[in-house]
Ligand binder design. Structure first.
Ligand SMILES: [Zn+2]
Length: 146
């Protein structure tokens, strides 16, 4: 299935983690699941609540803004099929606290020396790499509000 621009098919880097369609990346949000029993919100499209074990969950779009709850700086290139820039550059990896009531692990774009706990962040959705069948793989990160 081609998208509206006639380009390659687009898929989320992890099934269910982004809202669809993926045609207009500026409108794509993280997707979560909210338990109708206990209210727990988790990242992605899930069928079981990790808090109460309930199975009555609804998918919801998550906020595109959050705060950096804590982070680390990855200074060594991960092994395997790491697809970041070459040569490798250190990058921030953070837990982003969303107002929806969950924290999401995410790459944090920008200068690693500018990262601060509590800084406001905005979701960035972009094509990350080309998959094995020529599809565009869409991934997310957070970056400082500009
Ligand atoms: Zn629950």
């Amino acid at each position: 299935m081609a998208n509206d621009t006639g380009g390659p098919r687009r898929v989320a880097i992890r099934d269910g983690v982004l809202t669809e369609p993926l045609d207009d990346l500026g409108r794509v949000r993280l997707q979560g699941s909210r338990c109708r029993h206990c209210g727990e919100v988790t990242l992605g499209r899930n069928s079981l609540c990790p808090n109460c074990g309930g199975s009555d969950l609804e998918t919801i779009p998550l906020s595109d803004r959050g705060e950096l709850w804590t982070y680390t700086v990855v200074r060594h290139k991960p092994p395997g099929d790491y697809r970041g820039p070459e040569p490798f550059r250190p990058f921030g990896l953070g837990l982003v606290e969303l107002p929806d009531g969950l924290r999401v692990m995410s790459p944090i774009e920008g200068d690693v020396d500018s990262l601060r706990v509590g800084m406001p962040l905005t979701l960035k959705v972009a094509i990350h790499h080309v998959g094995p069948s020529g599809e565009d793989v869409v991934a997310f990160a957070f970056a400082a509000e500009s």
